[in-house]
Ligand binder design. Structure first.
Ligand SMILES: [Zn+2]
Ligand SMILES: [Zn+2]
Length: 344
């Protein structure tokens, strides 16, 4: 193992810099991972913009796939050196808090948030808690598997929690990194799938990803269009734009659920009448546990769901983040580390 490794860390809020760091040793309960690929998620932008300069400079990235190169003490024997593993947004539950004790590992209160409260995968090397590790199936390349670890599980689990059943109508607002996975999973789960986006340029992609119908909000009122089809049993929102989200609320069928995945600062205006009268609900959903992440990977292998990716080398992470921010990524950019690492 090399004594140092390259990482892209937050230099000042909003800016990254390429640095050489000392390779650490894993503490008890941790493993050291040689990163092979790391997806760029929308949440990375706020991690980069809101990093606290008073803390040690943070390495973003929470769609990480790599191989275990060292294992700390007291680590479960299921994890071996050389094994390919992944880490998503949730950095490993504590097994001690109330949420862990009732089996809700994704709600653990003592869990690092990868790329935000602990260093993530914009680096050749990363430390990870063993409780956060996900086993990667051989059928997926590291570049393909990476986006499934956040964009994939976030949408897969949200659909599972949506209350919609095969044949029901499900709408997806925002056809980007998360939305393009949601359309594929929704189609494979047997829903009638409606994609809601801005502009005609993504209509063909939405259809190819599995949407039965594409609604361009520039030319149609999405709630009217969905209601004309009988309303939606579930609506997944991947955008934080409160105006776009509330415009869709009237499209929810009785007992329908709006599942919020996109995070933003602005409050969401909601008509209390529409909630009470037909027992509609609004729920948030945060990715899932490593076990659920493995189920997401397995479902992707089983049904042929893959992220549409473009790869860029680690050293170009700043350009890659800029491209993601501009909305030009189709649909996920994945950083690769192989360009300058030693082969072994
Ligand atoms: Zn993410
Ligand atoms: Zn816990």
């Amino acid at each position: 193992m090399k004594a140092t490794y390259r990482a892209m860390q937050v230099k000042t809020p909003g800016n990254l810099e390429l640095v050489e760091r000392q390779t650490p040793a894993p503490n008890p309960g941790e493993v050291l991972i040689a990163v092979e690929a790391c997806g760029i998620c929308g949440a990375d932008a706020s991690d980069i913009d809101n990093a606290d300069p008073a803390l040690q400079p943070r390495v973003p990235g929470h769609e990480v796939v790599g191989r275990i190169v060292a294992i700390g003490a007291n680590t479960p024997s299921i994890w071996k050196v050389g094994q390919r593993v992944g880490v998503g947004r949730l950095g490993g539950h504590c097994n001690e808090c109330t949420e862990c004790r009732r089996g809700r590992f994704n709600l653990c209160r003592n869990q690092p948030i990868v790329g935000s409260s602990c260093d993530g995968g914009y680096a050749e090397i990363m430390i990870a808690r063993a409780t956060g590790l996900v086993s990667i199936p051989d059928e997926l390349s590291s570049e393909e598997a990476a986006p499934i670890l956040c964009a994939g599980i976030a949408t897969f689990n949200a659909l599972k929690k949506s209350g919609a059943e095969p044949g029901d109508t499900v709408a997806v607002l925002g056809i980007g990194g998360l939305g393009h996975m949601a359309l594929q999973y929704a189609r494979k789960m047997g829903f009638r799938v409606i994609a809601v986006g801005r502009g005609e340029d993504i209509a063909a992609d939405a259809a190819r990803l599995g949407a039965h119908r594409y609604i361009d909000t520039y030319v149609e009122n999405p709630a009217d269009a969905i209601n004309a089809m009988g309303g939606a049993k579930a609506i997944l929102t991947t955008t934080a734009n409160p105006t776009a989200v509330s415009a869709l609320m009237p499209a929810l069928a009785p007992e329908g659920r709006l599942i919020v995945l996109g995070v933003g600062k602005d409050p969401l205006p909601v008509s209390t009448r529409s909630l009470v009268g037909a027992e509609r609900s609004i729920v948030g959903s945060i990715t899932g546990s490593p076990y659920e992440n493995e189920k997401t990977l397995d479902f992707s292998v089983l049904t042929g769901v893959r992220p549409m990716i473009e790869t860029m080398p680690l050293a170009r992470a700043e350009d890659a983040v800029q491209k993601m921010r501009s909305g030009d990524a189709k649909f996920r950019i994945v950083l690769t580390m192989g360009d300058q690492t030693d082969a072994h």
